[in-house]
Write a protein that binds this ligand. Structure first.
Ligand SMILES: [Zn+2]
Length: 222
């Protein structure tokens, strides 16, 4: 952890008051969440109890084929980790949102979302019946409608998740860097749809083997 602390950027706190938010909800452990965030609104995701991964997708609200792109985001900022100042790029080169506050300091966009299939490959056939993020994503987007389908689910952000890359280029799933009430805050630069799977994973340390709730707040432009 010392090497991680040494390279982390300064943490940036928000001045926004939760009591003035226009939307405030708790997403239970393992549940999906979907919501439209209009241009200028601020979205905050809170890791209520700490060490919880919030697997997240973003789409243009007017064109679901224009969606969050991990590779374009990494290339645009020349860094593999997400934190304050990161502009989340879309597959068509638009800025979807900008991270404007972050009290955790690092978020992953390389590790992907857990799926029943990858769980079985990594952790054994007996994990087949365990709930996974991709199922939550499918539930959220098909429930939303408007032509939003399973095929629209692509690479995601893992807020509060620590996936350091070794000097040899290997991905490692480490224990979370987050802690109770750490949050990340994003300003929508266009109308977007946000989809979150509050990760139910029990086979690796991304949720400290104990999935917990997250809180989601939205503020209107001041
Ligand atoms: Zn997951």
């Amino acid at each position: 952890m010392t090497s991680l602390t040494a390279v982390m950027l300064p943490l940036v706190e928000s001045r926004l008051n939760p009591s003035l938010a226009s939307y405030d909800a708790i997403v239970a452990a393992g549940d999906p969440w979907i919501h439209e965030i209009r241009r200028g609104q601020i979205l905050r995701i809170v890791d209520v109890e700490g060490n919880q991964a919030a697997d997240t997708l973003f789409y243009s609200a007017n064109d679901y084929s224009d969606r969050y792109s991990a590779q374009d985001t990494i290339r645009a900022q020349a860094n593999i980790y997400l934190t304050t100042g990161t502009r989340l790029m879309s597959s068509q080169g638009h800025v979807l949102l900008t991270i404007v506050a972050d009290t955790c300091g690092r978020h992953d966009t390389l590790g992907g979302a857990c799926a029943t299939e990858s769980n079985m490959v990594r952790y054994g056939l007996e994990t087949r019946h365990m709930h996974a993020c991709r199922q939550s994503f499918v539930k959220a987007v098909t429930g939303w409608g408007h032509g939003f389908e399973k095929r629209d689910i692509t690479h995601n952000i893992n807020f509060f998740m620590n996936v350091p890359v070794t000097p040899a280029g290997k991905l490692t799933f480490e224990d979370g860097v987050s802690a109770p009430n750490k949050y990340v805050e994003l300003r929508a630069e266009m109308d977007v749809v946000a989809v979150i799977s509050n990760c139910p994973q029990l086979n690796n340390p991304c949720n400290a083997y104990n999935p917990t709730p997250i809180r989601v707040l939205v503020w209107d432009p001041s």
